[in-house]
Design a protein around this ligand. Structure first.
Ligand code: BES
Ligand code: MN
Ligand code: MN
Length: 451
């Protein structure tokens, strides 16, 4: 039995302690938990045998940095992960409380189990195993773990953009994505970017009786509906002028590879999504729609009367949370400006509309033909016993674009989540066999790169 097999129990205990900390970055009352989670990561890095472990304070939640630089002449990897999590609501849909991790079958259930505490922790344990058994690492390793990925915070972005010499590395390694299917080792080479904001719409200066004024008064909620429908039509086409001009379509080679992925559309629709039908741009293949095209979504609308019973009111104001996902080579600032202009153009008579950006992150697309990605594919193949597939993902990890632009390094995205891990949803879980295989894959990866 090797170190990794011997220590599975301890690894799960350590992960459980990490998962108990409700480090929700978007809710300010959890600031102390954010701090605790950052300290926890720092301690773990030290226990693993990393050096110079410290919290980097700045505007926003602390970054955790650590390094091990005892392999001169060998490549340097920058491991990235995030210790913050999404809010757990709706709470009553959880089978066990979100911050009281529970193992059921082969899965550990808790908020952050997969995204991204489990996957951040597996990187640390991989390094720990090598350091404890051989006293060294085959390559140089740095860690940069952040605490506001889920809330679009800009601390890490500002830090990486300042190009601190100690971040110098040959590639970033990120475990924060998903496998395409169970047992299918997967590397993600493209992510969507995002512009997320709030649309404030105002009509009359106070609420109005809907019988007395209905027929003459502007209704901000109706206005939001009209604006949203103008931004994206019934078929799912985005109607923002110029928005898709920079979109780089997937290459024929990439499309062919996607078409060969093991996939059952009915199962995806009915089991994984629990939906009745797929929607989206007619004539555009599904993986293009998910990974290669921009989207626009409404996340919530606040306004008017939503209490029990009926109240006949025309609300004075309403707010909608709206985001758009971007793909390479769209630019966040240009996309935000186009979106704002389209909102003004669609704003109906009698109301004002203002879109305020909450956060933005660039899309990314990595050329997989480099030794860092090849070695990762080989390591995962050896551990999982199957050929590694390359996919893109529709989700966003904003720092990937910054690693590329500011540090000039590719990101190697080895993901160990599963399609049914319920990221951001109730009953988030991490499949423990993937936790263990993830640890071994990362360790194998370091060995291959150093060898
Ligand atoms: N790890 C996810 C992104 C992800 C999920 C990539 C699944 C690939 C597959 C990340 O934590 C995330 O949720 N990001 C946010 C970004 C944000 C709030 C700026 C997202 O995509 O909504
Ligand atoms: Mn994540
Ligand atoms: Mn997430």
């Amino acid at each position: 039995m090797n170190y990794y097999q011997q220590h599975q129990k301890q690894f799960v205990e350590g992960l459980t302690a990490f998962l108990r900390i409700p480090s929700i970055s978007t809710l300010s009352e959890h600031k102390p938990d954010i701090q605790r989670a950052a300290e926890f990561v720092r301690e773990e890095l030290l226990t693993a045998g990393m050096t110079a472990a410290e919290l980097i304070q700045g505007k926003g939640n602390p970054l955790v940095y650590a390094e091990w630089l005892g392999a001169p002449g060998k490549p340097t990897l920058l491991f990235y992960g995030h210790y913050d999590v999404q809010p757990p609501d709706p709470l009553d849909e959880w089978k066990s409380p979100p911050f009281e991790p529970q193992i059921r079958g082969n899965d550990i259930f808790a908020r952050g189990a997969c995204d991204d505490k489990g996957q951040t922790y597996l990187q640390i344990k991989a390094v720990e195993g090598l350091l404890k058994t051989t006293g060294k690492l085959p390559v140089n390793v740095k860690f940069l773990i952040e605490g506001e990925e889920e809330s679009g915070g800009e601390h890490i972005e500002a830090y990486v953009k300042s190009k601190p010499p100690r971040l110098k590395a040959d590639a970033a390694v990120i475990c924060d994505t998903e496998m395409f299917a169970p047992d299918l080792p997967t590397i993600c080479v493209g992510l969507r970017g995002i512009v997320y904001g709030e649309l404030f719409v105002e009509g009359a200066n106070h609420d109005l009786h809907s019988g007395v004024y209905g027929g003459a008064a502007p209704n901000p909620i109706q206005a939001i509906a009209e604006i949203v429908c103008a931004l994206k039509d019934r078929e799912g086409r985005i109607r923002i002028p110029g928005f898709s001009d920079r979109v780089v379509p997937p290459t024929a080679k990439e499309r062919e590879a996607w078409a060969r992925l093991p996939f059952n559309e009915k199962e995806f629709t009915e089991k994984e999504m629990g939906a009745r039908a797929l929607v989206g741009e007619p004539g555009v293949p599904l993986f293009d729609r998910l990974w290669g095209r921009p989207t626009l979504e409404v996340h919530g609308i606040r306004g008017g009367f939503i209490g029990e019973g009926a109240k006949t009111v025309i609300p004075a104001r309403a707010v909608a949370k709206i985001s758009t996902r971007l793909v390479a080579d769209q630019r966040t600032e240009e996309a935000a400006a186009q979106l704002k202009a389209a909102i003004q153009a669609a704003c109906p008579k009698g109301v004002t509309a203002e879109f305020k950006v909450l956060h933005a992150g660039a899309p990314s697309l990595t050329n997989p033909d480099n030794r860092f990605i090849h070695a990762a594919a080989e390591a995962m193949k050896q551990v999982f016993g199957k050929e590694t597939v390359y996919i893109r993902s529709g989700g966003s990890i904003p720092i990937v674009g910054v690693f590329d632009q500011s540090l000039g390094i590719p990101s190697v995205m080895m993901g160990f989540g599963l399609p049914d891990d319920n990221l951001h949803a109730p009953n988030e879980k991490f499949h423990l066999p993937n936790f263990f295989r993830g640890i071994e894959s990362v360790a194998r990866y370091l060995e291959l790169l150093g060898g």
